[in-house]
Design a protein around this ligand. Structure first.
Ligand code: URP
Ligand code: ZN
Ligand code: ZN
Length: 510
């Protein structure tokens, strides 16, 4: 059974330290450095019934409490991954990780919540949500949903209202690429941005010019470039930059906040930077693959090795990742996702003769917390508090679930990690928890290891062992009008008053 993959395989610590599938466990995390997005202090954290009850030094407890010693380690909010695709039908395949295996992998890597993209069924949001409600029943950690919009009519417009007002969804994603499947046009974008604004929902874009990508693909095929490198060559950074600029300008025209997912290039990042400097509310999400990998793998002579790096927008040449890291450290980009969307080698092989048929997507849900630490904190580019901000707190704020999530403070959910900065990690498909038979970070060794993950008050990752239960994860409803909407009304009023009264003109009478 699915649960036996992790639960019944001889993990003795559960019984011996009183861990059970219920969240009634009492826990004390002792002596660690508690890190929030704006401060850190040495303190104890006391947890009861899945909620953090107290954060202060020298908390005394009775014998019925499990005590975890965190001396010399960081106690931080569990990671929140804003961008995943579990159990998704895409490009003629289904992603190999479902809501159980993907979440188990996440927990092993210190991520305790993710937000997945519901894909409508024949354009219907309600049918799409119903399908994802079924898929997510096996969840072993908390999760939320964004909703993709793939067509536009009155029904979709009404369904958006239902999503926001009744279903706990406060963000909608628009694909400006994937011509012939998910891609939408500017007219839809405008109408839907208006609708998002009226609902207080965040508009999100996959920003690539899908028509130009299609043209680029024709060009590569005519040139006889059919391998994975053709994927990168057919959709260069300029097409990402163009779509990012267009989405930003349309969102600015409507005066609604915009979230650009998987920012992969300097071109897109610079558009976001310009927009933010001009006062527009634009959020940029780099993903871990874009931050730490480069496109050289796509030229690997072994097809499967190259194909595993195919995702969209493509992983770029080395300078882009470095620039994205700098932008993250400067606050031009705000939070890190993964776009976890895994296909195994046989699925990737669908594109052996034609790169256009390689299912797009890479892993990352298990690796993100380690790689951001190793790449950004260990190198001194960001502080430990910034680490918490970009991996957890900012996501919680943007999607309006802060401080329930993204904080170590009394009243917050007990989604907590203990990271040992002096310990090391190594990534391999042989030891990861995803069902994928490959890993794009294969062989990566780094410093800073998540030694303990606590999800909803339960220790689920300890001593390199997982103890997770299908059905224990909860759906997290997200309310509209996050902080990004503050001031939108005032800006509208200012704009309207700037228009002045309509000019009165006299018609000549004959
Ligand atoms: O290649 C990718 N990114 N696959 C997932 C779908 C998407 O565009 O986010
Ligand atoms: Zn995308
Ligand atoms: Zn995605």
């Amino acid at each position: 059974s699915e649960s036996s993959q992790f639960c019944d395989a001889g993990f003795g610590y559960g019984e011996s330290c009183g861990v059970s599938s219920s969240s009634s466990t009492k826990l004390l995390i002792k002596g660690g450095t508690v890190v929030n997005a704006h401060e850190m202090e040495v303190a104890d954290v006391y947890v009861e019934d899945g909620i953090i009850v107290a954060v202060r030094p020298n908390i005394k407890v009775g014998d019925d409490v499990i005590v975890l010693d965190a001396t010399g380690k960081f106690v931080m909010p569990g990671g929140i991954d804003p961008h995943t695709h579990l159990d998704m039908e895409f490009m003629g395949s289904g992603t190999i990780d479902d809501f159980f295996s993907g979440q188990a992998a996440a927990l092993a890597g210190g991520t305790t919540m993710h937000i997945d993209f519901v894909i409508p069924v024949n354009g219907s949001l309600l049918s799409g949500l119903e399908a994802y409600e079924k898929k997510s029943k096996k969840s072993c950690m908390d999760y939320g949903f964004h909703m993709a919009i793939t067509k536009w009519d009155e029904v979709v417009s009404k369904e958006m209202e239902i999503m926001v007002n009744e279903k706990g969804i406060n963000s909608f994603k628009f694909f400006m690429a994937y011509k012939g499947s998910f891609m939408i046009n500017d007219e839809l974008l405008l109408q839907a941005f208006k609708k998002c604004k009226s609902l207080g929902a965040l508009a999100m874009v996959h920003a690539e010019n899908g028509d130009a990508v299609y043209e680029g693909q024709r060009r590569m095929i005519e040139l006889g470039i059919t391998g994975p490198e053709g994927h990168a060559l057919s959709r260069p950074p300029v097409l990402e930059g163009e779509a990012t600029a267009r989405a930003i300008k349309l969102a600015g025209f409507v005066n609604t906040p915009l979230y650009v997912v998987h920012v992969m290039s300097i071109d897109a990042m610079e558009e976001i930077s310009r927009a933010r400097k001009s006062g527009l509310k634009v959020i940029g999400e780099p993903v871990v693959s874009g931050l730490v990998l480069n496109d050289s793998w796509l030229w690997d002579p072994d097809f499967i090795t190259a194909a595993k790096y195919v995702m969209s927008p493509p992983i770029r040449a080395a300078g882009h990742g470095k620039a994205l890291q700098a932008a993250l450290s400067m606050g031009t980009l705000q939070l890190v996702g993964t776009d976890h969307c895994t296909f195994n080698s046989t699925q990737k092989a669908l594109g052996i003769d034609d790169f256009q048929k390689i299912p797009n997507g890479v892993n990352g849900i298990e690796e993100r917390m380690h790689l951001v630490w190793d790449t950004m904190v260990e190198s001194g580019q960001i502080s430990v508090t910034d680490y918490v901000r970009v991996t957890s707190t900012e996501c919680a704020r943007i999607f309006n679930i802060y401080p329930r999530k993204g904080a170590i403070r009394a009243g917050s959910d007990a989604d907590i990690i203990i990271l040992n900065p002096n310990s090391s990690f190594e990534i391999s498909a042989k030891s990861h928890h995803s069902r994928s038979d490959t890993n794009v970070y294969e062989g990566w060794r780094g410093k800073g290891k998540v030694e303990v993950t606590i999800s909803g008050g339960r220790v689920v990752w300890l001593n390199d062992e997982l103890k997770v239960f299908p059905g224990s994860g909860k759906y997290v409803e997200m309310r509209p009008f996050s902080y990004l909407f503050n001031g939108i009304g005032k800006a509208d009023a200012k704009y309207l008053s700037s228009l002045k009264a309509p000019v009165k003109r006299f018609r000549a009478t004959t």
